[in-house]
Design a protein around this ligand. Structure first.
Ligand code: IMP
Length: 427
């Protein structure tokens, strides 16, 4: 990914999340000086396997597992201090040194306990299928200009005043939503007073830090969370998350100019999954759905919910190529398809009797589309030991060639297992 031309690259999910970005970021972080999360919060669940250990990172960039990388939580992230510090402590316990390698933007907003209560209450009427981590309500407060930012913790007296108003407001809203629980001011004050000293030591003007790094020729990897189809603007609204998951969000959420970014890698599974509510046009029939979920271990890393499974959807990925300006693709979990006899690929949609070239902008239309499938031969052989494209069975190579042609974007990486070494870098 990084070379003489590429110093600042974004990795985004090009489907509905859970594409295996954690693994890709972990592999690419080896060449990076900085790894930056730029949106989302503890709703992410990036699974990274190193040797015999498995780490699930929700809030901390996956690059933390590489001792050389400095990790940044950018201004576009909503920070849950409880998750952040429990993750940091767990990493320390498992021998990962984090001191002096983690910075959190002063401008990042905090996710507070009342955001989680509001998330749960609004789920009852909206039914988005959120992760329950308070993400939507925290971004609502940010947009509504009433959020609490990391930098505010420098003055706990002021934070207490903020909290009085914010907790009272949250309780009024909970009452309106007929929720039984109420937020406690004391709990909020205690929580933030407890975390403030630790958070203050990590807090920095991270945009400036990254600007200086770029000027010094350092390599920066911007790690997206969730997927393009969950983007607040470009996703399957309202069944989306509340941040800009697409590559444009990387500049805003990291605090650097868009001209600094010189590569955008889209991560796609060799098939498709979705967790939470909303349409999945290429959903497999119940038997294949079950088989994909079992072979792929398709259960949410944050919530444990079973993911709905389906076939590779080229209309979705072409759309993601467009809205992100993808310069390459990484195809993950190819090995999950190893035993399938025939592999359908959704090459387009039919909508109300007509072929539909572009991804619909209305969720109601997306619910009505009929996928058009092309069925490719399976390879019925293990791919997990392949380290070069030539090591793959010819039907697996043909499958990848077809995906590349349909997506109109070159494949740069193919992942064939959870371990770091199970990856093919395509020259
Ligand atoms: P929220 O981000 O918790 O508000 O959830 C909004 C939608 O995004 C729900 O459909 C979630 O299931 C989905 N979502 C949020 N984070 C992830 C993720 O990391 N992977 C997959 N889906 C996610």
């Amino acid at each position: 990914m990084f070379d003489d031309q590429t110093h600042c690259a974004v990795v985004v999910g090009a489907q509905w999340g859970d594409e295996g970005k954690g693994k890709l970021v972990d592999v690419l972080a080896e060449q990076a000086d900085f790894v930056v999360r730029y949106q989302g919060g503890a709703n992410a669940g990036h699974t990274v396997v190193t040797g015999d250990s498995q780490f699930i990172l929700r809030q901390i960039p996956s690059g933390i597992l590489h001792p050389r990388a400095t990790c940044v939580i950018g201004n576009g992230v909503v920070v849950d201090p409880v998750t952040l510090f429990s993750e940091l402590d767990a990493l320390t316990e498992r021998g990962v040194a984090t001191d002096g390698r983690m910075f959190v933007s002063n401008r990042a907003h905090l996710v507070l306990p009342f955001h989680k209560l509001l998330d749960a209450a609004s789920e009852k009427s909206q039914g988005i299928g959120t992760t329950g981590k308070g993400i939507g309500p925290a971004y609502e407060d940010k947009i509504g200009r009433r959020g609490v930012r990391v930098g505010d913790l420098r003055d706990m007296g002021r934070v207490r005043e903020f909290l009085e108003q914010r907790v009272a407001r949250a309780n009024r809203m909970l009452e309106m939503m007929h929720a039984t629980e109420r937020a406690s001011l004391d709990e909020h004050v205690e929580l933030l007073s407890g975390y403030a000293p630790r958070l203050n030591t990590l807090a920095a003007d991270t945009g400036l830090l990254l600007h200086r790094a770029l000027r010094a020729g350092k390599r920066i990897l911007l790690e997206g969370a969730q997927g393009s189809l969950l983007d607040l603007d470009h996703g399957t609204y309202p069944f989306v998350t509340s941040s800009s998951t697409t590559a444009g969000g990387a500049a805003v959420g990291a605090g650097i100019g868009p001209t600094s970014i010189d590569g955008v890698l889209g991560v796609v599974k060799a098939y498709t999954t979705r967790v939470g509510n909303g349409p999945l046009p290429s959903a497999a029939d119940p038997a294949d759905d079950e088989r994909l979920r079992k072979e792929g271990g398709e259960f949410g890393a944050v919530t444990g919910r079973p993911r709905r499974c389906g076939w590779f959807d080229a209309t979705v990925v072409r759309y993601a190529v467009r809205v992100n300006g993808l310069t390459g693709l990484a195809v993950t979990k190819l090995d999950v398809l190893d035993e399938f006899e025939r592999i359908p690929v959704c090459v387009g949609y039919e909508l109300d009797g007509r072929q539909c070239e572009e991804f619909p902008d209305e969720v109601e239309q997306l619910e009505r589309v009929k996928p058009i499938y092309e069925v490719l031969d399976g390879w019925r052989a293990p791919t997990t030991e392949a380290r070069r494209l030539d090591d793959l069975p010819s039907a697996a190579r043909a499958y990848l060639t077809r995906l590349e042609a349909l997506a109109e974007t070159p494949i740069r990486y193919v992942s064939v297992g959870t371990r770091r070494d199970q990856i093919i870098a395509v020259r």
